[in-house]
Design a protein around this ligand. Structure first.
Ligand code: PGA
Ligand code: ZN
Length: 373
């Protein structure tokens, strides 16, 4: 919920949402038990009364939901991740494998490349600290490789680089060169994940690759993913097809059974959409974004639904972020297995990585390798 008053912050201010927290929401919560997270979240949804939380604002409701959880954890003298583990019935919290953005295009870099994000997964790491160090090494090497090859090294939205390659395999070649320049071995030490964000390419029944200057059908998109998988150590592909092509997603899962097929726009952290994806085998992993769902309880329900079906779960930040690090505790407390924060640059990203480093001092197990079926 934004203010809409174009004379201030281009209409993107949040004074109305803050007013709702201080007024209507505060009045409804006063005297309630902060330990009753599910009841409070249900009350918040009820109070708003609209399916997409547009009256009080999803921003107002999520901020309240997370503040209640934090207050409850403090009242129990528990670290936030431990309290989330108790809330979600997670017996063994664990540190997630990070999926780290190195090269960006799409909506994250002014459409400079067709694919939104090329990420690395430090599959060879046996601890979170090593995984993070590998990510830092590859990110630094990517800077050097791009500079050497005459590409721009300007930052994209999530702190990745935006080389503006016209062809996706050129970006993958640069990524492989960065991994090797960092003294690491592709596949053994570092695998690749791709977020196509294909909804942004889709219009009038076809995927239009503007920079590559080709148009692809669903079948050709699937063939392209298989080609990436054949030629590069790609272990995970997100939103390879648009968000309502349920039949196409099913074909992709059938065609690439050993690939992690992640639904982000497909599921939008919505429990009904995740259930539909499970029933139709439209994916085998779900991206989990708190602010797509709107409350902590709803998000925990989405994680539980995905988990019960054997789907992978990847807790994720947004391209637009604050320095709040709640998702670090969420990933650990639910033992989500994977986390996607963006690149290892920019303080709103580093806040989460640093939170995970601090949590790692509690000697928790490391969730390890990205799902490979
Ligand atoms: P968004 O990007 O926050 O812009 O949706 C993140 C993603 O696509 O995973
Ligand atoms: Zn995505």
């Amino acid at each position: 919920l934004r203010d809409g008053d174009r004379s201030m912050h281009a209409g993107l201010g949040v004074h109305r949402a803050v007013g709702h927290v201080d007024g209507e929401i505060a009045r409804a919560l006063e005297g309630r038990d902060a330990l009753a997270q599910a009841d409070i979240d249900a009350l918040l949804l009820d109070l708003d009364g609209t399916p997409s939380l547009e009256r009080l604002g999803a921003n107002a409701i999520l901020a309240t939901s997370l503040a209640v959880c934090r207050a409850a954890a403090v009242s129990q003298s528990l670290p936030l991740f431990s309290y989330i583990a108790a809330l979600s019935g997670t017996a063994r919290p664990s540190l997630p494998m990070p999926m780290v953005n190195i090269l960006s295009g799409g909506a994250h870099a002014r459409l400079g490349m067709d694919v939104q994000d090329f990420l690395i997964v430090p599959v060879g790491a046996t601890s979170f600290d090593t995984a993070l160090r590998i990510a830092l090494d590859v990110r630094r090497a990517a800077d050097a490789v791009l500079a050497k090859r005459g590409y721009s090294t300007l930052l994209a939205d999530e702190g990745g680089l935006s080389p503006g390659c016209d062809v996706s395999t050129d970006a993958l070649d640069l990524l492989i060169e960065a991994i090797e320049t960092a003294g690491l071995e592709p596949s053994r030490d570092v695998a690749i994940a791709i977020d196509v964000a294909a909804t942004g390419l889709f219009a009038d029944g076809i995927y239009a690759w503007r920079n590559e200057r080709v148009r692809r059908t669903t079948g050709e998109m699937i063939d392209m993913v298989l080609d990436w998988q054949r030629r590069y150590p790609v272990v995970s592909v997100e939103d390879a097809l648009h968000e309502d092509d349920w039949a196409g997603w099913r074909r992709l899962v059938d065609a690439a059974p050993d690939l992690q097929i992640v639904g982000d726009d497909l599921f939008a952290t919505n429990v009904e959409r995740i259930r539909r994806g499970i029933a139709t085998t439209a994916a085998n992993a779900a991206l989990i974004k708190l602010n797509q769902n709107g409350t902590l309880s709803g998000t925990l329900e989405a994680i539980a639904a995905a988990r019960a079906a054997g789907f992978g779960t990847i807790v994720s930040a947004r391209s637009g972020e604050t320095d709040d690090a709640f998702i670090a505790d969420l990933a650990v407390g639910t033992s989500a297995g994977q986390i996607k924060i963006g690149s290892v640059r920019a303080s709103e990203r580093m806040a989460k990585y640093n939170a995970l480093v601090r949590i790692s001092e509690a000697s928790l197990p490391f969730a390890g390798v990205a799902r490979s079926r």
